[in-house]
Design a protein around this ligand. Structure first.
Ligand SMILES: Nc1ncnc2c1ncn2[C@@H]1O[C@H](COP(=O)(O)OP(=O)(O)OP(=O)(O)O)[C@@H](O)[C@H]1O
Length: 271
């Protein structure tokens, strides 16, 4: 199901075109990274997708359901304790208090910040505040989560922690985020949109790239490999063969090898 579609869309602010000629389609469940240099238009594209910006040219259609948006910077000097703040924000969105407390505790556990629920936000670290920002967006049970540079300014171990936590929340919903870090792009995205000067210059669907399996196997005789379809192979020793096969054929190839009395030494997935 398509949740966002742009056809030659553009955005002009104060007479300046900041996004040009964008044509994209995003489907439910995709994990999309928007990347590019500073000032290339990443945040603006995210805002256009989320409806924070309306297009000033071309066509845009949205069918996204509830959208949770996490801005790049968490507001400074909030005097509320974390749980008070999350309750306040959650109530604005019509949740009941008991329902909200359950959700806050569930997400605080996933994001490993339960110990900070009673700490004033202004005393929390950048990483903890960032996590509170993400939880705030999750409290509305969004169908789509938009994150603007969620790892910026965090140290490396917090980045890895946050990535794992983001990857562990419900895999079914759509996540669209801007990022510079290959850690987040490689770890979370299945599609990478690259922008430069307000234009999309690349749109790569990682899932579509063919995946291969590399199998190292000891064969009982030299005819086995030559009788198996859909593989490339070469001998590295008299009885040891390296086989490369498309992932989609790998199960049937492994079955054939085992039925022919081969011993599998190594099995690696490659892009
Ligand atoms: N509200 C605005 N008014 C005027 N110009 C803007 C506005 N928002 C963005 N721009 C301009 O549009 C361009 C793209 O900005 P944007 O914030 O989308 O880039 P970005 O890739 O997210 O940058 P960064 O990586 O530095 O966050 C920049 O030149 C910026 O100055």
């Amino acid at each position: 199901m398509i949740i966002f579609e742009a056809d030659k869309a553009g955005k002009k602010i104060d007479g300046v075109n900041i996004l040009h000629d964008l044509s994209i389609c995003i489907s439910r469940g995709e994990k999309v990274a928007i990347t590019g240099h500073n000032g290339s238009g990443k945040s603006s594209l995210l805002k256009l997708i989320g409806g924070i910006y309306e297009n000033t040219s071309g066509q845009v259609r949205r069918g996204m359901g509830k959208t949770g948006y996490v801005p790049e910077h968490f507001p400074e000097n909030i005097r509320f304790k974390m749980q008070e703040y999350l309750l306040l924000i959650g109530k604005m969105n019509g949740n009941s208090e008991s329902e909200l407390i359950k959700k806050i505790h569930k997400y605080a556990e996933i994001f490993a910040i339960t110990n900070f629920l009673n700490t004033p936000l202004k005393k929390c670290s950048k990483g903890t505040k960032q996590k509170a920002g993400i939880i705030q967006a999750l409290l509305i049970d969004p169908d789509i989560l938009l994150l603007d540079e969620p790892l910026t300014g965090l140290d490396e171990s917090t980045q890895v922690e946050l990535l794992n936590e983001l990857a562990s929340i419900n895999t079914g919903f759509t996540i669209i985020f801007t990022a510079h870090e290959s850690l987040l792009i490689d770890g979370l995205a299945n599609r990478v949109i690259t922008v430069a000067n307000g234009r999309i210059i690349a749109d790569d669907n990682k899932e579509k790239k063919e995946k291969y399996k590399y199998i190292k196997v000891i064969v009982p005789n030299q005819t086995v490999a030559s009788e198996i379809p859909n593989i490339r192979f070469h001998y590295i020793e008299e009885r040891t063969v390296e086989i490369t096969v498309l992932s989609e054929h790998s199960d049937e190839v492994l079955t054939r090898l085992l039925e022919s009395g081969c011993s599998i030494v190594e099995l690696i997935e490659k892009r």
